[in-house]
Design a protein around this ligand. Structure first.
Ligand code: GLN
Length: 232
């Protein structure tokens, strides 16, 4: 029988290794800010979810193809994405893009990137930001599939810098003990994260997300989730 209303299970596509928003912890559990937020919102609004941890590119593709109903993966709300059919929820976290370099590289600003190789993660806001700056500052771009391999490229000296969302970078450097430094002077403008659908038929899901998000903000759950993963 066709499932309707509260029986429906909404498929939520996520990244794989994108801590602290989604990652597998030492117990093998898939956890993170996005995971806890969608579970709290679904419980609050009384809908069923199935989380699929696919990786950034694959998650976007799955939602575009209708194999998943929505994307929750620290997705930056951008005009280009809205123009290309992404329908975003209210924002749930403010983030921005920034470059990181090897601690002893001597790179202190965008001006020091001339002739350098910059690692980016495919089809991300960070990759776009690097594209916008590359001609002006004279650097070249190498594309990687996920965040950890992008960081490793810089650690191993295959790239001189990488660019990604600040909270992801800070967490990876800290928990991975990476010998990288964030260069704050290279920061982009703030771009908040949103939950996204790409098919208007899922408007009901987007509405429930927005309602639930407001409620978990009002009842303190949202703040608890942020504190759990980001500390004070
Ligand atoms: N915030 C970035 C973007 O939207 C990266 C998202 C991700 O890699 N999961 O492109």
């Amino acid at each position: 029988a066709e499932s309707t209303g509260s029986d429906k299970t909404w498929v939520i596509a996520m990244d794989t290794v994108f801590r602290p928003f989604e990652y597998t912890d030492e117990n093998g559990e898939f956890v993170g800010i996005d995971v806890d937020i969608i579970k709290a919102v679904a419980a609050n609004q009384g809908f069923n979810i199935e989380i699929q941890s696919l990786g950034w590119d694959a998650a976007v593709t799955a939602v575009q193809a209708g194999q998943a109903d929505a994307l929750l993966a620290g997705a930056s709300i951008t005009k280009e994405r809205k123009d290309s059919g992404w329908i975003f929820s209210d924002s749930y976290y403010d983030s921005y893009q920034v470059f990181a370099v090897k601690a002893d590289s001597g790179i202190e600003s965008l001006d020091d990137l001339k002739g350098k190789t910059i690692a980016v993660k495919n089809a991300t806001a960070g990759a776009n930001y690097a594209e916008e700056l590359k001609d002006k500052y004279g650097f070249k771009i190498d594309t990687y599939e996920d965040s950890p391999t992008m960081y490793q490229a810089v650690v191993l000296g295959q790239a001189d810098a990488c660019v990604e969302d600040k909270p992801i970078m800070a967490d990876n450097i800290k928990t991975g003990g990476l010998d990288l430094t964030i260069v704050e002077s290279t920061a982009s403008k703030v771009a908040p994260y949103g939950f996204a659908i790409m098919n208007e038929d899922n408007q009901e899901l987007l509405d429930m997300f927005n309602k639930g998000l407001q409620e978990i903000k009002d009842n303190g759950t949202y703040e608890e989730i942020l504190n759990k993963y980001l500390g004070e």
